[in-house]
Design a binder for this molecule. Structure first.
Ligand SMILES: [Cu+2]
Length: 104
């Protein structure tokens, strides 16, 4: 991480400002590398497809469904979670692919 990023983090913390974070999840062997993660409102979660097949992530929670669209090998898709809640992350191509994102 670059020096200026640390400086921004320190500034944000010293003023009590929430600093959005990024979390990366790998999709490999038709599985999300983590079955559950907990993030903070405003955080960005990124999913990277390491499978040689196409995935299609859907995010369901807080009364809405988001379709991130088709995702080929090597592509990274992301979503910023703006509302607290528990979200189910599904792949419409592979129904057994599931994970949970808890937004606090
Ligand atoms: Cu899939």
């Amino acid at each position: 991480m670059k020096i200026w990023t640390w400086a921004l983090l320190a500034a944000g913390l010293s003023f009590g400002v929430a600093v959005a974070a990024e979390r990366s999840i790998v999709q490999k062997d038709l599985t999300f590398a983590q079955s559950s993660i907990t993030v903070t409102v405003g955080d960005k979660v990124m999913w990277g497809n390491a499978d040689n097949v196409t995935h299609n992530i859907h995010i369901k929670g807080s009364g809405e469904t988001v379709d991130l669209g088709l995702q080929k090998y090597g592509e990274v898709l992301s979503h910023v979670f703006e509302k607290p809640g528990t979200y189910q992350i599904l792949c419409s191509v592979h129904p057994r692919m599931r994970m949970t994102v808890i937004v606090q």
